[in-house]
Design a protein around this ligand. Structure first.
Ligand code: AHG
Ligand code: MN
Ligand code: MN
Length: 335
């Protein structure tokens, strides 16, 4: 296959960002440089002291792993300087991240999960960086308020993730299909490896943490049980694949077909809507799933239609092959 770089591909596929070629590309290039730097640290995590816990907890009340913090710092440092953002939001930071006064600004708003699956870092399981890009709605560039940037997922201009695995891949969409690039370390470039990814209509895999069975409501138990029932009208047997790293579980299901579920559970009264975050996890993956011909709901409603009320809002997530997600939606919709 002819070697196509991300920059070249962006020139070809930017139906909904026609007016912003150079600016948008510079944003992507800074994301890519950040991912290369993070990837270098991830690959040698076992050798240098970037493993383990910082002993702090973040806005999510979770232990912050050193690589989480490192990835967060790299992304903020690099993206603050790209000249096309009005503000950012990171899973690791409570508030909006403003662009310093003396830095050039632009109309884009970036949301990211700097390192997803971080509980797996020390076990050498694939982890990733998830990003989501909006254009700000209104307001002035100098002091961006939450209401200037908070928008539902269907307003995303682009979304994607880097997956630091057996190879390092970048999967993204700008609203014109989903495309995958693999880092060729010999040239240090992400080259097109998965043009126009389509998720199979129905999968053979379901991904959910069944340990929470007794903390789910009846509908959720019914929705999960259907994938274990040999006599269900899904008409086939499924395997359970769950590695506890959302980007890895999502990526496998995107390519092979399947459904990932992180339902609401009653384990933690402070988190009645499940663990996953709408803005930095569910919405970007939902844009990818839908652009690839799949589907993404909170069980009943499309993820991309949820109007966010706050930065770190959580949502149940059911995402993947259309027929499988539709089956869950039918169960939730039934009286
Ligand atoms: P993060 O590392 O960004 O906090 O995300 C972890 C998430 C997600 O990657 C994964 O699907 C989920 O946590 C696993 O949660 P459980 O351990 O509760 O199954
Ligand atoms: Mn995450
Ligand atoms: Mn994270």
């Amino acid at each position: 296959m002819r070697q196509i770089s991300v920059t070249e591909h962006l020139q070809l596929h930017q139906k909904n960002i026609p007016e912003a070629t150079g600016r948008f590309t510079s944003l992507f290039n800074e994301l890519i440089l950040s991912a290369k730097i993070i990837n270098r640290a991830v690959n040698k995590a076992g050798l240098v002291d970037v493993l383990g816990d910082t002993g702090e907890t973040n806005i999510q009340g979770e232990h912050v792993q050193k690589l989480d913090e490192y990835a967060n710092k790299i992304l903020i440092h690099r993206l603050q300087r790209c000249g096309v953002l009005c503000a950012m939001s990171s899973e690791e930071q409570a508030d909006l991240i403003q662009i310093p006064r003396n830095f050039p600004k632009g109309d884009y708003f970036l949301v990211f999960d700097p390192l997803d699956g971080s509980s797996n870092i020390e076990a050498n399981v694939s982890i990733g960086t998830i990003f989501s890009i909006y254009r700000r709605k209104h307001g002035n560039l100098e002091s961006v308020e939450l209401h200037d940037v908070l928008q539902k997922g269907s307003e995303q201009v682009a979304a994607g993730y880097f997956l630091y695995g057996s190879s390092t891949v970048l999967i993204f969409t700008t609203g014109d299909g989903v495309h995958g690039f693999t880092l060729d370390p010999s040239v240090g470039e992400f080259l097109l490896s998965h043009p126009d990814i389509r998720v199979p209509e129905q999968g053979k895999l379901y991904s959910v943490n069944e340990a929470y069975w007794h903390y789910w409501d009846k509908k959720t138990q019914e929705a999960v049980a259907v994938f274990k029932d040999p006599n269900s009208d899904l008409g086939q047997l499924y395997s359970l694949r769950y590695i506890g790293s959302l980007v890895s579980d999502f990526h496998r299901n995107l390519l092979y077909g399947g459904i990932f579920m992180y339902p609401a559970d009653f384990r933690d009264p402070k988190k009645p809507h499940g663990k996953l975050r709408l803005l930095c996890e569910a919405a970007p993956l939902a844009m990818l799933a839908e652009q690839a011909g799949g589907m993404a709901t909170d069980g009943l409603n499309p993820i991309l239609e949820i109007e966010p009320q706050e930065l770190h809002q959580r949502t149940p997530l059911v995402i993947g092959s259309r027929k499988d997600v539709q089956k869950v939606q039918d169960i939730f919709a039934a009286e």
